[in-house]
Design a protein around this ligand. Sequence first.
Ligand SMILES: C[S@@+](CC[C@H](N)C(=O)[O-])C[C@H]1O[C@@H](n2cnc3c(N)ncnc32)[C@H](O)[C@@H]1O
Length: 294
Amino acid sequence: MTSAGQPSPIRVDDELAWARDRLHAAGIDSARSDAEWLLADVLGVERGRLVILDDLDPTARSRFRTAVDSRCARIPLQHIVGTAAFGPAELAVGPGVFTPRPETEFLAEWAADAAHGSSAPVIVDLCSGSGALAIAIASIVPGADVTAVERSPSALEWLSRNVAAAEEHGVAVTVLPADVTDAGRMADAFPGGTVDIVVANPPYVPEGADVAPEVAHDPPEAVFAGADGMSVIVPMLTVVADMLRAGGVVGIEHDESTSPAVTTALAATGHFADIRARDDLTGRPRFVTARRIG
Ligand SMILES: C[S@@+](CC[C@H](N)C(=O)[O-])C[C@H]1O[C@@H](n2cnc3c(N)ncnc32)[C@H](O)[C@@H]1O
């Protein structure tokens, strides 16, 4: 209480500090930024505007503390706020779809670079999930003909919703419900040699690997790929080789333990050159890119 008998103001700074400490104690590395995202969501303001706010009302504090409790239970931040930022895209996400991860933005930037100078590149996003890569790339590359391929019915619901929202902003993506390892189906959809760029963030975690608690909220079929993490990537490579034109390129995200396996599998097809292992921003080998030879 203040000296005049009024309740003490609830300071934004104090609440953020309280939340940061709780989130940190729950094992969350990004405690301060998660606290800010949660408070911005509760208040319905841009995160950057928090600095100009002084006080919270008790209802907002109660809602904020409930959101912090959920995050401390390791519910993904994106499930709590309902969206995931991914490059220029904002995706609706929740149960039934993989939460896009920031490191995957590398593939969107790589594809945009690869498309540079091409007027209407044909680009395919295999294992599209929420549509993060497809929608980000279609936003960045004007005139691109982008198709998002996904198999899971629940992911397809989120994907269709995100594609419809992107369309309202003039960003066009075609959705193809299909199994990326089904060579016949994929050949029907992408007749041989017609695709310029393929990106893929397939399931790739070896079964039984240690994962962060948040991963329990991703569908298992989006994450795990057999004992070696390669059960989707290997059959997918034949499909990729079939759809790419000579000189077309592919970029694949993979587990940090499988870079040699992915480069070896690409080489073993006999269809790729310039096979290059690439690191993420923390220096871990997480991507392989390659060029289709004629
Ligand atoms: C790691 S998530 C990536 C989602 C999205 N590309 C991203 O980066 O956020 C892998 C996605 O592949 C889908 N998937 C798994 N196996 C598949 C298959 N054989 N054919 C098509 N999609 C598949 C899963 O349902 C999931 O949505």
